[in-house]
Design a protein around this ligand. Structure first.
Ligand SMILES: CC(=O)SCCNC(=O)CCNC(=O)[C@H](O)C(C)(C)COP(=O)(O)OP(=O)(O)OC[C@H]1O[C@@H](n2cnc3c(N)ncnc32)[C@H](O)[C@@H]1OP(=O)(O)O
Length: 396
């Protein structure tokens, strides 16, 4: 291992950390748009690794909350902007940064951490697991027709980029979290979104749906320069009328050939809004998945709700050893136990199970989980199942 040290960066070092990260993902140093990016750096949550006096690695997080099955919103550390100088990789710098972050999360009592990975091979070793799946809808507007009877009870208002940032944070904060995995968007999240919108080569617009009780949904979108498609980057709704109303608006925008909506929940019924489901509306799985880490396994397990018969999980966590152990999980309680294990699994597989995205049986069939007691996987299927697909909907 080479000689380096880690510390929390001062705010006047955040720009250098941002440039190090940008260099690691092969984009030029930050320019005028630092005025947005700067506000995304939460003081005290930005780490730097130093080789003598040179910064060689960085990772940051911001504080948010994530909805878990049952509706509670425990704290989540949203990890992002991780990078190591190209001439200092594969010497354990990322490993040290990850460990330091976990120490901080444990000290502050944050039970969950989450991130979007640049490459799938990096974060499993640190106990993160893929906890949501998403899809993309493509609607061929020249041929798809909306069903006449789809719900409608609101008005659409289109706003430009200035108004978007005055109004969307307040609207988003009031929308219900209808799905496990949804996150709050704190003040350190919005600047990244604002930067993307303001520096977009094509105009970025928001359509807000106003229902009987006020704003109850919105989409953010751009139209490609060749008008071949309108791209929806964000859509959040409180109810089915807002969902249908926004799609009615999108399907009626002039001069564009298609609507492409990215990062949508896996069970979202967009195609059912059209007369011929599946004909001119296609969906495809996308890789924009959230990686989750149960930093405090007993606290995270206790935060969500369950249904069905108890199961004993034997969890291995080589990175945060205090999590390793056997847990009785039941609708009434979660407790450390000495009872024999029903299922044996790594903490990263537990993250895959936690929001209900994969069933225990599927994870066992693919070798992520070992079924020690026959029947335990079927019981865990019911325990961890959710009525609605998990979805985050917030990129960071
Ligand atoms: C949440 C986000 O911000 S995602 C963005 C992540 N950043 C990037 O992709 C930028 C470009 N890449 C980098 O900056 C670096 O290569 C990093 C951050 C991915 C890895 O940093 P390093 O300091 O090289 O990682 P470190 O030396 O601690 O490696 C730990 C282990 O992960 C493995 N690993 C590191 N990078 C990768 C990768 N891209 N794919 C697969 N395995 C990897 C290493 O081989 C090592 O394995 P081992 O423990 O079996 O020996």
């Amino acid at each position: 291992m080479s000689d380096y040290s880690l510390r929390v960066l001062r705010p006047d070092e955040h720009r250098a950390a941002n440039n190090l990260f940008r260099s690691s993902i092969h984009v030029p140093p930050v320019g005028d748009d630092w005025r947005y990016a700067e506000r995304a750096y939460q003081p005290g949550r930005v780490l730097g690794a130093f080789d003598d006096t040179k910064m060689i690695g960085t990772a940051r997080s911001f504080d948010a909350e994530m909805t878990v099955p049952g509706g509670k919103r425990p704290a989540v550390a949203a990890v992002t902007a991780v990078g190591v100088r190209a001439d200092r990789t594969r010497r354990g710098v990322l490993t040290a940064l990850m460990r330091r972050q976990f120490e901080d999360f444990v000290t502050r009592g944050v039970p969950l951490a989450a991130l979007y990975a640049s490459e799938p091979g990096i974060y499993g070793r640190f106990g993160y697991g893929v906890a949501t799946r998403v899809q993309k809808h493509t609607v061929d507007l020249r041929r798809a027709r909306l069903r006449p009877g789809i719900p409608a009870n609101g008005e659409i208002e289109v706003v430009g980029v200035d108004e978007m940032f005055e109004r969307l944070p307040g609207i988003f904060a009031e929308l219900p979290h209808t799905r496990p995995g949804m996150m709050t968007r704190p003040e350190y999240w919005w600047p990244g979104f604002e930067r993307a919108a303001r520096t977009s080569p094509q105009p970025c617009l928001a359509a807000i749906h106003h229902g009987p009780d006020g704003p109850d949904g919105f989409v953010v979108y751009t139209v490609r320069e060749d008008r071949s498609a309108l791209e929806v980057t964000t859509q959040h709704v409180a109810n089915s009328a807002a969902f249908a109303g926004l799609w009615r608006f999108l399907a009626g925008v002039d001069l564009v050939g298609a609507v492409e909506a990215f990062d949508r929940p896996l069970d979202e019924p967009a195609e059912l809004l059209f007369t011929d489901p599946g004909a001119f509306v296609s969906t495809e799985a996308l890789a924009g998945r959230l990686w989750l880490r149960l930093v405090d396994v007993p606290a995270a397990l206790a935060a969500r709700e369950y249904d069905g018969e108890p199961v004993v999980l034997d969890v291995a966590d080589p990175v945060l050893e205090a999590n390793s152990g056997r847990y009785l999980v039941s609708p009434d309680r979660v407790a450390v136990t000495t009872e024999p294990a029903g299922l044996r699994l790594d903490v990263s597989a537990l993250a895959m199970l936690y929001l209900g995205t994969w069933s225990a049986s599927a994870l066992a069939a693919a070798g992520w989980i070992e079924e020690v007691e026959p029947g335990a996987a079927a019981r865990a299927d019911r325990l961890f199942r959710t009525e609605i697909a998990a979805w985050c909907g917030t990129r960071f």
